[in-house]
Design a protein around this ligand. Sequence first.
Ligand code: SAM
Length: 258
Amino acid sequence: MGVTSSEWPGYVRRFHDARPGITEEVLCSARDVHGVDPYRWVARAVPDGTLLDVACGSGPLAAVRPAWTGLDCSMAELRQAHRRGPLVAGRADAMPLADGSVAHAALVMALMVVDSPLDVLAEVVRVLSPGGAVAVLVPADGPLTARDAFAYGLLLSLVGRTALPFPRPEVVAQPRDVLESGGFEIVADERRRFELRLDPRGGIGPDRFVESLYLPDIGHRRRTALRGLARRWGSTHIGLPLRLLVGRVRTGTGRGRR
Ligand SMILES: C[S@@+](CC[C@H](N)C(=O)[O-])C[C@H]1O[C@@H](n2cnc3c(N)ncnc32)[C@H](O)[C@@H]1O
């Protein structure tokens, strides 16, 4: 079992072509203890100014962030985002944008998905204007309630893994190190538990939740078992632990511009 690093890009591309907007469906069904959803959490963490949403997907951040521009390489995702604001079709590791052209940037559930996080961060450094900030939202291993931990334990045992797989697991395990290696100084780092409502009448249905997970090496039988498990959680909540880091370009970083 296992997916090689050369197989991940094709899997991620096919995944988002087949399910545009699925990350938005999940995160928009999740609330922290104050009733705030993850996109609003990100939007509030970045100072005012133009925001480049790198790997924007269907563009949900635009709803809570004025002066937004989205960039993604999936045409299916961009089609869903088309009424939300200016869009750029392109790769995050080779952005068709001028040096210093955006005030701030965000990577929401994206840095652990791209082929080369450090190449993407180098591009973010290049396009940010001096003093710009980047907000990076990634999955975390906590906080979880005992009930969440039990539910995820069952889910992972069905998947046959100790953690959910991502193309770049080091970004989930050590996001600070990755951002620092990419030339950023961390100015904020917080974890929060969001509650995801697993109910199609007011959240995301259990089958759709299972569909939202990157599970490249799971066959039909295990997937059916996973759906059965999630349905048993039905009309209830599951914790979604997320981590938000905010970085500023470290003095001296960049291609001779700073
Ligand atoms: C998990 S989704 C997150 C989407 C969005 N940020 C959100 O929170 O709804 C990851 C996104 O990354 C995009 N993506 C993956 N690799 C990329 C790359 N190299 N350049 C640009 N976008 C990329 C995918 O097309 C997908 O829309």
